[in-house]
Design a protein around this ligand. Structure first.
Ligand SMILES: [Ca+2]
Ligand SMILES: [Ca+2]
Ligand SMILES: [Ca+2]
Ligand SMILES: [Ca+2]
Length: 527
C-alpha cells in the first residue's frame, strides 16, 4: 500500500537517501496577535487544550485556547489566504474560567459548529449561533455537566440516532488534594434521549483517571469502540481500557477473554493513523518516558479480530522517550499528539507536545516538542529542532491545522504557566495536497465515524474521521492530505453508515466539499 517510491523521488529537494523533507516553521505568536497563557496550580496540572474550527463561515479556522484560572479565549482568524497568520480576540460567549480543554462538534446537526467545554467543575456544551457567537445549551439539550475534573472527550453517532453519544473522561477527585491517589472519579457516557438531547450520563465503571478518549473502529466492524488512555500515577489497579459501545446495549469493557491485554502507562493522549498500511488504524499513546505505538497483533486469517495490540514504537522510531536537544538526559513527558502530513509527501508525520507535569525531579524540565517525520518505510525521524518547533515551554494541548489555507499545516500549542505558541509552516518545495470536508446535509453533517480515502496508483491513504483523542484538544473543518509529487488524486468518501461514494479524480492544491450522493464540489477562499 505504500510503495510509490518513484513519486517521492520526483519531489524537488527530496532525495530518499537523505530521508524526508524537513519542514520549516516560523514562530509567529506575537506578530500574529496571540498573547495567552493557561495558568493554575495543582488543579490545572493536566489540561490546557486548544481547539480549532471555523465559526464565521469563511473557511479559515479560528483558534480557541483554554485558560485554566483565567478565561478561555477565542481568536478570530483574520489571516490573508496564503499570507502571514493573524488573529484577533473576539467576544464569543466562550470566556469561561476553569476550562481544561475543548472539542468542536455539531451536536444538533444544524450546520453550525458547537463546542464542548471540559472544565474543573461543570462541563458546558456551547451551541454555535453563527458569526463566532455561542450560548450555553446544557439545559436546552438536557446535558448534565456534572461537577468533576474533566480531562478527556470523544463523540460518535450511534446507529439510528439523531443526536451524538458523548464520552467524558474524568480525572482525580479534586477535593482530595491531600491524598489524591486512588481517587479517580467515574467517566461518563452521555447517550441521546430520543430526539430532544441527552439522557442522564451512564457511569463507565471502573474508571482510572482518563486523560484521553477516542471512538474508533479499530477492527473495521462498522461500530466504533471507545478507547480510554489512563494515568497510572493516580489509579489503583487500573490499566488502559477499551469499551464496547453497541447500539441499544450497555457499555461493556473488552475483557482478557476477548484478547484484551493489560497495559499500564501514564496515558495522556491518543493519536491514530494507519502507519503500517494494512487499513486498520494504529494508535500512538503518549506517556511519561517511552510512548507507545499500538498496531493490531498478528492474527489468524478469516476470523474476527481480537483486541490484541503489539507495540511497534521502537521499531518505528516513535518512543520519543527523552529530550533530543537541550542537554537533558532525564525522561520526557508527552501530552497532545497528532498525525498530520507536515511536508506533504503522502506520509503522515507525528507532532508531540512535551512538558514537565510540575517540577517533577525525575523527568526533564527542558523537554522539547517532537516533530517526527515519517519516511516511505513507515519509520519516523526526529526533526523538531531542525524544523523550529522544539520549544522548552511546559506544553500540554495543541492543534496542527492549516490556518492560512496555503496547504501547509501550521501548529498552535498551549503551555502551562507559559505563553501559548504559534508556528507558521513556511516550507518551500513540499509536495502537493488536498483539503477535504464532508457535508452530509443531514444528521451528523461532518460525517464523524466515516472515512476519507485518497488513492494515487496503488497507494491509498485512509483516514478515519474522529472526534476525540489528543490531550483535551480538538478540531473540525478541513481534513488534510499530502499528495507528494503528483498533482492529482482519486478521492472517495465512505459515510458512517457504510455508503461509499464513487471514486472521483480531483486536482491537487485545492479544497473540496464532499456532499452525500454528489460529486465533490470545489471550494475556494472568498469564493
Ligand atoms: Ca473563520
Ligand atoms: Ca450546531
Ligand atoms: Ca510527511
Ligand atoms: Ca498554513
Amino acid at each position: 500500500m505504500r510503495q510509490i517510491v518513484v513519486v517521492i523521488g520526483l519531489l524537488p529537494g527530496v532525495a530518499l537517501a537523505e530521508g524526508p523533507t524537513v519542514p520549516r516553521y516560523a514562530e509567529v505568536t506575537g506578530q500574529a496577535g496571540i498573547s495567552h497563557s493557561y495558568t493554575g496550580e495543582w488543579e490545572q496540572m493536566v489540561g490546557g487544550g486548544a481547539a480549532s474550527f471555523d465559526c464565521d463561515g469563511n473557511g479559515l479556522p479560528e483558534l480557541f485556547l483554554s485558560g485554566g484560572t483565567v478565561p478561555a479565549q477565542l481568536l478570530r482568524n483574520v489571516s490573508a489566504v496564503g499570507g502571514d497568520l493573524r488573529f484577533e480576540p473576539v467576544e464569543s460567549g466562550l470566556e469561561l474560567e476553569l476550562v481544561a480543554g475543548a472539542y468542536p462538534l455539531d451536536v444538533d446537526s444544524d450546520g453550525v459548529m458547537d463546542l464542548v467545554l471540559l472544565r474543573l467543575g461543570e462541563n458546558v456544551v456551547m451551541r454555535g449561533l453563527g458569526n463566532c457567537r455561542f450560548e450555553r445549551a446544557n439545559e436546552a439539550w438536557g446535558f448534565d455537566g456534572g461537577d468533576a475534573w474533566s480531562t478527556a472527550f470523544a463523540a460518535t453517532w450511534e446507529d439510528g440516532q439523531s443526536w451524538p453519544t458523548l464520552a467524558v473522561g474524568n480525572y482525580i477527585n479534586h477535593r482530595e488534594e491531600a491524598f489524591p491517589w486512588g481517587s479517580c472519579t467515574d467517566n461518563w457516557l452521555h447517550r441521546p434521549a430520543g430526539e430532544t438531547g441527552f439522557a442522564p450520563p451512564l457511569p463507565l465503571t471502573p474508571s482510572f483517571c482518563a486523560l484521553s478518549m477516542l471512538f474508533t473502529d479499530w477492527d473495521l466492524s462498522g461500530v466504533p469502540s471507545l478507547r480510554v488512555s489512563n494515568d497510572r500515577e493516580y489509579y489503583k489497579g487500573g490499566q488502559e481500557q477499551m469499551w464496547h459501545v453497541e447500539p441499544g446495549q450497555p457499555p461493556a469493557l473488552y475483557s482478557p477473554e476477548e484478547g484484551w491485554q493489560r497495559l499500564r502507562i501514564w496515558g495522556m493522549g491518543i493519536a491514530s493513523s494507519d502507519v503500517t498500511g494494512d487499513g486498520y488504524p494504529d494508535y500512538f499513546l503518549t506517556s511519561m518516558a517511552d510512548n507507545k505505538l499500538q498496531t493490531l497483533a498478528p492474527q489468524p486469517e478469516g476470523q474476527p479480530k481480537k483486541p490484541a495490540f503489539a507495540d511497534v514504537a521502537f521499531a518505528r522510531g516513535v518512543t520519543a522517550h527523552r529530550p533530543y536537544t537541550g542537554g537533558e538526559v532525564r525522561p520526557s513527558t508527552a501530552w497532545h499528539a497528532q498525525f498530520e502530513d507536515v511536508n506533504n509527501d503522502t506520509y503522515p508525520d507525528l507532532f508531540v507536545v512535551k512538558g514537565n507535569v510540575w517540577a517533577m525531579p525525575d523527568f526533564a524540565m527542558r523537554d522539547p516538542n517532537n516533530l517526527l517525520l515519517q519516511d516511505a518505510e513507515g519509520k519516523f525521524h526526529e526533526a523538531g529542532d531542525k524544523a523550529g518547533v522544539a520549544s522548552f515551554e511546559s506544553g500540554r494541548g495543541g492543534v496542527v491545522v492549516d490556518f492560512n489555507l496555503d496547504g501547509l499545516m501550521d501548529i498552535a500549542v498551549v503551555n502551562r504557566n507559559g505563553p501559548a505558541e504559534l508556528w507558521q509552516n513556511v516550507t518551500e518545495g513540499g509536495g502537493h495536497w488536498l483539503a477535504l470536508r464532508p457535508a452530509s446535509g443531514g444528521i451528523n453533517p461532518d460525517g464523524i465515524g466515516g472515512w476519507i480515502e485518497v488513492r494515487q496508483g496503488d497507494d491509498v491513504q485512509r483516514r478515519e474521521l474522529t472526534v476525540g483523542g489528543g490531550h483535551v484538544s480538538g478540531q473540525a473543518g478541513w481534513w488534510h492530505f499530502g499528495l507528494g509529487g503528483l498533482d492529482e488524486a482519486e478521492v472517495r468518501m465512505v459515510w458512517p453508515d457504510g455508503k461509499e461514494e464513487p471514486w472521483q479524480r480531483l486536482t491537487a492544491d485545492s479544497f473540496y466539499i464532499l456532499g452525500r450522493g454528489q460529486a465533490p464540489e470545489a471550494w475556494s477562499p472568498g469564493g
